[in-house]
Design a binder for this molecule. Structure first.
Ligand code: HAS
Length: 545
């Protein structure tokens, strides 16, 4: 990388690590409080810690890391460097996101924005929290525009060619992100900021939650798709194999552009004010968004099998042994993939209309997203960092660091087993999510949850130790590990020779954006119209705003 590019990428990645550090401390303290292990001082409360944990890890860490990673792959695959415009846009985006994060974090730490990471109205935060989150989102748009600028330059110079897979996937991810995040920006700018400044007295709660979830489920794919990019594009090189197909991954990402957005009601299945027909439609669309993940499972296994066989693996499963299990860049990510199998099954349970009545707002859901974002995605991001930072700093991911990274991944899996799996079980026994320690006056049912809570907190402690390990590895890779004499390879997989040429239609973005908007209009136009016309109790009649 040119110095100017590696500085930009390192700034994003480095900032994201800082968020991990603070977010993990908040996580440890809140789980210890909820399980009755500690009492918090007067100036700190459980919900405040839960807000910091969610905002810093789920919103801040992910956004910075993803933009940094996407910049790296786009620079690497589209001519080896970013365009000057991309660099400028990238830095503007970085500073907007950084200032926004600092503003939001200060208001959380001073207990002025204890509204959790979903910031549902009518819980009200300081206006500076909303302005901070708006800056985080708008900053990420600048990052996206920088990537588009580099992509457009490449397309101009390579007429009638399919773009490299990494760049294609980065563009698809960001198209989906722009579409979805526009709606949370509308919620924040037109509803929450005026309301928290006192310019309007009330907000339409149903509308604000609907706008949030329009964005909110696509958000989870904004986290997942970069992990899929690693699985599809980088890992084949790490395992010494080839990318299985050149079209299937592109189709997968197109399906995510189409189906990530019109599914937000599966978070609102228990909410009044939305007709069950519309909820059912979105449940069906949710089942559609499962398909590209099943395609991914197939393609990744095929890639691994081809790699294992090319290394001499024989028989039905002999190829599994030939995979580089001792390489943390592989092992850590595969741990995430394996966890995604039960995690995805949990998602399908959540999405099943009737079953959602059982699990909604219980610890089952918290367990689900600790297996998805906090395991599958996070472990994949750890694996990425183990080669990306060396590429950027020129420092070696030594054998000793590799060994620590493998221990880290094993600890993570054990910690998550104790925490997230038990959360699923106790969730089915009725334990609610998002409540501080309570025995509910010694209620018979609530008392049965207590022993599970001890196991969950133990898992939390193990996860915290694992986070300290990863922070140690990152610190070494950034500042201490020995400098390499050779240039460190950025692993980009090569497509299998037998793979077909991708159909041109897969890169006609305007067409897919059009279909995506049409699907969202079908899924959302009528219910939003109904919410606005029959505004929820306590909110302003639509006519006055
Ligand atoms: Fe979810 C709630 C449904 C995926 C995150 N989800 C959440 C929340 C978060 C979240 C954060 O329908 C809580 C939001 C809140 O605060 O209220 N989710 C789904 C469905 C999927 C799904 C159907 N979720 C995710 C992902 C997330 C995530 C991914 C983060 C990254 N989720 C829901 C629903 C709710 C929900 C409801 C609301 C619940 C409620 O009532 O509040 C699907 O996308 C899942 C599909 C996945 C699969 C798995 C495929 C497996 C693969 C692994 C392959 C393995 C290999 C191993 C190759 C079908 C791809 C190789 C092995 C070797 C040996 C070599």
């Amino acid at each position: 990388f040119e110095k100017k590019d590696s500085n930009l990428i390192l700034a994003h990645i480095g900032f994201s690590f800082f968020a991990v550090f603070l977010g993990a401390i908040a996580g440890l303290l809140q789980v210890a409080q909820r399980s009755g292990w500690i009492q918090l001082p007067n100036w700190l409360n459980y919900y405040q810690l839960l807000t910091a944990h969610g905002v810093l890890l789920a919103l801040v860490f992910t956004t910075f890391f993803i933009i940094g990673y996407l910049y790296s792959g786009v620079a690497r695959t589209l001519g080896g460097k970013l365009t000057p415009a991309a660099r400028i846009l990238g830095w503007i985006g970085f500073y907007l996101m950084a200032v926004g994060t600092i503003m939001a974090t200060i208001t959380i730490l001073t207990n002025q924005s204890t509204v959790l990471y979903t910031f549902y109205a009518p819980m009200k935060a300081s206006p500076w929290f909303y302005i901070g989150t708006a800056l985080l989102i708008v900053g990420s748009w600048f990052g996206a525009f920088g990537i588009f600028a580099t992509y457009i330059r490449w397309r101009k110079n390579h007429k009638n060619q399919s773009s490299p897979l990494f760049a294609y996937m980065a563009v698809a991810t960001l198209i989906m992100w722009l579409h979805a995040s526009l709606f949370v920006a509308i919620e924040v700018v037109f509803q929450l900021i005026p309301w928290s400044f006192g310019i309007v007295d009330r907000v339409d709660v149903s509308l604000s939650r609907t706008l949030f979830w329009y964005f909110g489920h696509a958000l989870v794919y904004f986290w997942l798709l970069p992990a899929y990019i690693y699985w599809y594009v980088n890992i084949p090189q790490v395992v010494g194999g080839k990318i299985f197909s050149n079209s299937l991954p592109r189709l997968t990402f197109i399906l995510f552009i189409l189906f990530s957005v019109p599914v937000g009601f599966h978070h609102q299945l228990n909410e009044p004010g939305i007709g069950s027909l519309w909820k059912f439609l979105q449940v069906v669309l949710t089942m559609m968004v499962v398909i590209p993940s099943l395609m991914t499972a197939f393609a990744i296994l095929a890639t691994f099998e081809l790699a294992g066989r090319s290394r001499g693996g024989k028989g039905l499963f002999g190829w599994v042994k030939k995979l580089p299990w001792k390489d943390a860049r592989f092992f850590t990510a595969v741990m995430g993939m394996i966890i995604f199998i039960p995690a995805g099954a949990g998602g399908i349970i959540n999405a099943s209309y009737q079953l959602n009545q059982m699990v909604h707002n219980t610890w089952f859901v918290t367990g689900h997203f600790h297996l998805t974002i906090a395991s599958t995605v996070l472990l994949t991001f750890f694996a990425i960092s183990y080669w990306l930072i060396p590429v950027l700093t020129g420092r070696v991911f030594t054998k000793q660091l590799n060994r620590l990274a493998i221990i880290q991944a094993v600890l993570w899996a054990i910690g998550m087993f104790l925490m997230a799996v038990i959360m699923h079980i106790v969730g089915l026994l009725g334990a609610p999510r998002r409540t501080s320690y309570s025995t509910y006056g010694g209620h018979e049912l609530a008392v049965t949850w207590l022993s599970y809570e001890q196991v969950i907190a133990t898992g939390g402690v193990i996860l915290f130790v694992a986070i300290l390990l990863v922070l140690y590895i990152w610190f070494n890779l950034l500042f201490l590990a020995p400098k390499s004499e050779k240039t460190i390879e950025y692993p980009i997989g090569v497509v299998n020779e037998q793979a077909e040429h991708p159909p041109r239609i897969l890169e006609r973005w305007s067409f897919w954006i059009g279909v995506s908007i049409a699907l969202s209009v079908i899924a959302y136009a009528v219910p939003i119209y109904q919410i606005v016309m029959h505004h929820s109790p306590g909110s302003l009649p639509y006519r006055t705003w």
